[in-house]
Design a protein around this ligand. Structure first.
Ligand code: DHB
Ligand code: MG
Length: 223
Protein backbone atom coordinates (compact mmCIF):
# COMPACT_ATOMS: atom_id res chain seq x y z
CA UNK A 1 0.00 0.00 0.00
CA UNK A 2 1.11 3.58 -0.61
CA UNK A 3 0.42 6.64 1.52
CA UNK A 4 -2.77 7.45 -0.42
CA UNK A 5 -4.21 4.10 0.67
CA UNK A 6 -3.29 4.74 4.30
CA UNK A 7 -4.85 8.22 4.16
CA UNK A 8 -8.03 6.56 2.85
CA UNK A 9 -7.77 3.93 5.57
CA UNK A 10 -7.48 6.51 8.37
CA UNK A 11 -10.35 8.55 6.90
CA UNK A 12 -12.51 5.42 6.65
CA UNK A 13 -12.03 4.43 10.27
CA UNK A 14 -12.18 7.99 11.56
CA UNK A 15 -15.55 8.72 9.99
CA UNK A 16 -17.11 6.01 12.16
CA UNK A 17 -15.19 6.80 15.32
CA UNK A 18 -14.21 10.48 15.43
CA UNK A 19 -16.86 13.19 15.10
CA UNK A 20 -15.68 16.43 13.45
CA UNK A 21 -14.42 19.02 15.93
CA UNK A 22 -14.31 22.67 14.82
CA UNK A 23 -11.48 23.69 17.16
CA UNK A 24 -9.27 20.78 16.05
CA UNK A 25 -10.01 21.50 12.37
CA UNK A 26 -9.18 25.19 12.90
CA UNK A 27 -5.98 24.24 14.75
CA UNK A 28 -4.86 22.07 11.82
CA UNK A 29 -5.68 24.85 9.36
CA UNK A 30 -3.56 27.38 11.25
CA UNK A 31 -0.91 24.68 11.61
CA UNK A 32 -0.90 24.15 7.83
CA UNK A 33 -0.66 27.89 7.16
CA UNK A 34 2.53 27.85 9.24
CA UNK A 35 3.95 24.67 7.65
CA UNK A 36 3.63 22.78 10.92
CA UNK A 37 0.88 20.27 10.15
CA UNK A 38 3.19 17.47 8.98
CA UNK A 39 4.62 17.34 12.50
CA UNK A 40 1.27 17.03 14.23
CA UNK A 41 -0.06 13.64 15.32
CA UNK A 42 -2.78 12.17 13.12
CA UNK A 43 -6.44 12.48 14.03
CA UNK A 44 -6.57 8.80 15.06
CA UNK A 45 -3.44 9.20 17.19
CA UNK A 46 -4.89 12.34 18.79
CA UNK A 47 -8.04 10.40 19.68
CA UNK A 48 -5.87 7.62 21.11
CA UNK A 49 -4.06 10.11 23.38
CA UNK A 50 -7.43 11.48 24.46
CA UNK A 51 -8.70 7.99 25.28
CA UNK A 52 -5.58 7.06 27.26
CA UNK A 53 -6.01 10.20 29.35
CA UNK A 54 -9.67 9.35 29.96
CA UNK A 55 -8.88 5.68 30.75
CA UNK A 56 -6.45 6.56 33.51
CA UNK A 57 -8.67 9.48 34.62
CA UNK A 58 -5.77 11.85 34.14
CA UNK A 59 -6.04 15.07 36.13
CA UNK A 60 -2.62 16.43 35.23
CA UNK A 61 -0.89 15.98 31.89
CA UNK A 62 2.63 16.98 30.82
CA UNK A 63 3.47 17.56 27.16
CA UNK A 64 6.95 18.15 25.76
CA UNK A 65 6.77 19.81 22.32
CA UNK A 66 3.64 21.91 21.84
CA UNK A 67 4.14 23.02 18.26
CA UNK A 68 0.74 24.34 17.13
CA UNK A 69 -1.09 22.63 19.99
CA UNK A 70 -2.98 19.96 18.03
CA UNK A 71 -2.16 17.06 20.39
CA UNK A 72 -2.43 19.53 23.28
CA UNK A 73 -6.11 20.06 22.44
CA UNK A 74 -6.79 16.32 22.09
CA UNK A 75 -5.18 15.70 25.49
CA UNK A 76 -6.70 18.67 27.32
CA UNK A 77 -10.17 17.76 26.03
CA UNK A 78 -9.90 14.58 28.12
CA UNK A 79 -9.42 16.50 31.37
CA UNK A 80 -12.14 17.15 33.96
CA UNK A 81 -12.97 20.77 34.91
CA UNK A 82 -10.24 20.91 37.55
CA UNK A 83 -7.66 19.23 35.28
CA UNK A 84 -4.44 20.84 34.09
CA UNK A 85 -2.07 20.37 31.17
CA UNK A 86 1.44 21.81 31.16
CA UNK A 87 3.09 21.93 27.74
CA UNK A 88 6.69 22.89 26.93
CA UNK A 89 7.56 24.69 23.70
CA UNK A 90 10.99 25.99 22.68
CA UNK A 91 9.72 28.42 20.03
CA UNK A 92 7.97 31.63 21.03
CA UNK A 93 6.39 31.79 17.55
CA UNK A 94 4.95 28.25 17.78
CA UNK A 95 3.74 28.95 21.33
CA UNK A 96 1.81 31.98 20.02
CA UNK A 97 0.12 29.86 17.35
CA UNK A 98 -0.64 27.16 19.92
CA UNK A 99 -2.14 29.71 22.31
CA UNK A 100 -4.52 30.91 19.57
CA UNK A 101 -5.60 27.31 18.93
CA UNK A 102 -5.98 26.55 22.65
CA UNK A 103 -8.05 29.70 23.22
CA UNK A 104 -10.22 28.84 20.23
CA UNK A 105 -10.82 25.41 21.78
CA UNK A 106 -11.89 27.06 25.06
CA UNK A 107 -9.02 25.40 26.92
CA UNK A 108 -7.09 28.49 28.10
CA UNK A 109 -7.93 27.85 31.76
CA UNK A 110 -6.63 24.28 31.67
CA UNK A 111 -3.53 24.61 29.50
CA UNK A 112 -0.32 26.35 30.50
CA UNK A 113 2.40 26.77 27.87
CA UNK A 114 5.93 27.02 29.23
CA UNK A 115 8.09 28.74 26.59
CA UNK A 116 11.78 27.85 26.48
CA UNK A 117 14.01 24.81 25.97
CA UNK A 118 12.39 21.92 27.86
CA UNK A 119 15.89 20.83 28.90
CA UNK A 120 16.01 24.00 31.04
CA UNK A 121 12.36 24.41 32.00
CA UNK A 122 11.50 20.81 32.97
CA UNK A 123 13.98 20.55 35.88
CA UNK A 124 12.19 23.56 37.45
CA UNK A 125 8.86 21.75 37.63
CA UNK A 126 8.13 20.59 41.17
CA UNK A 127 7.74 16.78 41.37
CA UNK A 128 5.17 17.09 44.19
CA UNK A 129 2.58 18.18 41.65
CA UNK A 130 2.72 14.75 40.07
CA UNK A 131 1.46 14.08 36.54
CA UNK A 132 -0.66 11.15 35.42
CA UNK A 133 0.40 11.20 31.80
CA UNK A 134 3.28 12.63 29.76
CA UNK A 135 3.48 12.95 25.97
CA UNK A 136 6.93 13.49 24.47
CA UNK A 137 6.95 14.84 20.91
CA UNK A 138 9.85 17.29 20.67
CA UNK A 139 13.40 17.15 19.24
CA UNK A 140 14.24 13.48 19.06
CA UNK A 141 17.93 13.93 19.99
CA UNK A 142 16.83 14.82 23.52
CA UNK A 143 14.41 11.91 23.96
CA UNK A 144 16.40 10.36 26.84
CA UNK A 145 16.64 13.60 28.82
CA UNK A 146 12.93 14.28 28.28
CA UNK A 147 12.06 10.74 29.29
CA UNK A 148 14.11 11.03 32.51
CA UNK A 149 12.31 14.28 33.35
CA UNK A 150 8.91 12.83 32.46
CA UNK A 151 9.59 9.82 34.68
CA UNK A 152 10.61 12.10 37.54
CA UNK A 153 7.31 13.96 37.19
CA UNK A 154 4.86 11.14 36.41
CA UNK A 155 3.28 9.21 39.26
CA UNK A 156 3.72 5.48 39.85
CA UNK A 157 1.76 3.58 37.18
CA UNK A 158 1.50 6.82 35.25
CA UNK A 159 1.95 6.68 31.48
CA UNK A 160 4.65 8.18 29.26
CA UNK A 161 4.00 8.15 25.50
CA UNK A 162 6.74 9.07 23.02
CA UNK A 163 5.96 9.94 19.38
CA UNK A 164 7.90 8.95 16.25
CA UNK A 165 9.78 5.90 17.49
CA UNK A 166 9.46 3.84 14.27
CA UNK A 167 10.00 6.37 11.48
CA UNK A 168 9.12 4.16 8.54
CA UNK A 169 11.41 1.47 9.97
CA UNK A 170 14.46 3.73 9.82
CA UNK A 171 15.10 3.39 13.57
CA UNK A 172 15.91 -0.30 12.98
CA UNK A 173 17.94 0.33 9.79
CA UNK A 174 21.68 0.17 10.59
CA UNK A 175 22.41 2.39 7.56
CA UNK A 176 20.48 5.27 9.12
CA UNK A 177 22.51 7.40 11.51
CA UNK A 178 20.92 10.83 11.69
CA UNK A 179 20.65 12.35 15.21
CA UNK A 180 16.83 12.01 15.27
CA UNK A 181 17.06 8.28 14.66
CA UNK A 182 19.94 7.95 17.16
CA UNK A 183 17.81 9.81 19.72
CA UNK A 184 15.13 7.12 19.48
CA UNK A 185 17.71 4.32 19.70
CA UNK A 186 19.28 5.87 22.81
CA UNK A 187 15.83 6.02 24.41
CA UNK A 188 15.18 2.33 23.68
CA UNK A 189 18.59 1.47 25.16
CA UNK A 190 17.87 3.60 28.21
CA UNK A 191 14.54 1.89 28.83
CA UNK A 192 16.11 -1.54 28.36
CA UNK A 193 18.42 -0.74 31.29
CA UNK A 194 15.77 0.86 33.51
CA UNK A 195 14.07 -1.84 35.58
CA UNK A 196 11.49 0.66 36.86
CA UNK A 197 9.80 1.20 33.53
CA UNK A 198 7.76 -1.17 31.38
CA UNK A 199 7.18 -0.27 27.75
CA UNK A 200 6.16 -1.38 24.29
CA UNK A 201 6.22 0.11 20.80
CA UNK A 202 2.87 0.46 19.09
CA UNK A 203 3.59 0.69 15.36
CA UNK A 204 1.02 2.64 13.36
CA UNK A 205 0.12 2.96 9.68
CA UNK A 206 -2.05 5.88 8.66
CA UNK A 207 -2.11 9.35 7.14
CA UNK A 208 1.40 10.00 8.54
CA UNK A 209 2.77 6.84 6.94
CA UNK A 210 4.47 4.21 9.07
CA UNK A 211 5.48 5.32 12.53
CA UNK A 212 4.70 4.47 16.12
CA UNK A 213 4.22 5.44 19.74
CA UNK A 214 6.33 4.16 22.59
CA UNK A 215 3.93 3.42 25.47
CA UNK A 216 5.65 3.27 28.85
CA UNK A 217 4.40 2.83 32.40
CA UNK A 218 6.34 4.20 35.36
CA UNK A 219 6.74 1.25 37.75
CA UNK A 220 9.10 3.06 40.13
CA UNK A 221 7.97 3.41 43.75
CA UNK A 222 9.58 6.82 44.30
CA UNK A 223 6.55 8.92 43.30
C1 DHB B 1 8.96 15.00 12.62
C2 DHB B 1 8.72 15.23 13.94
C3 DHB B 1 7.55 14.79 14.51
O1 DHB B 1 7.28 14.95 15.82
C4 DHB B 1 6.62 14.11 13.74
O2 DHB B 1 5.49 13.67 14.35
C5 DHB B 1 6.85 13.88 12.39
C6 DHB B 1 8.03 14.35 11.84
C7 DHB B 1 10.25 15.47 12.03
O3 DHB B 1 11.07 16.00 12.77
O4 DHB B 1 10.44 15.32 10.84
MG1 MG C 1 5.71 13.78 16.45
Amino acid sequence: SNLTDWIRSDKYHNHFLIPPNDALTAALKLSEQNQLSSYAVSEAQGKFLNLVAKSIQALRILEIGTLAGYSTIWLANALPDDGELVTCEISEDFAKIAQININNAGLMDKVKIIVGPAMTTLPNINPNASFDLAFIDADKQSNVEYFIQAKRLVRKRGVIIVDNVVRNGRVADPNQNDPHIEGVRKLLEYIKNDSTVEATTLGTAGEKGYDGFLYAVNMSSIN
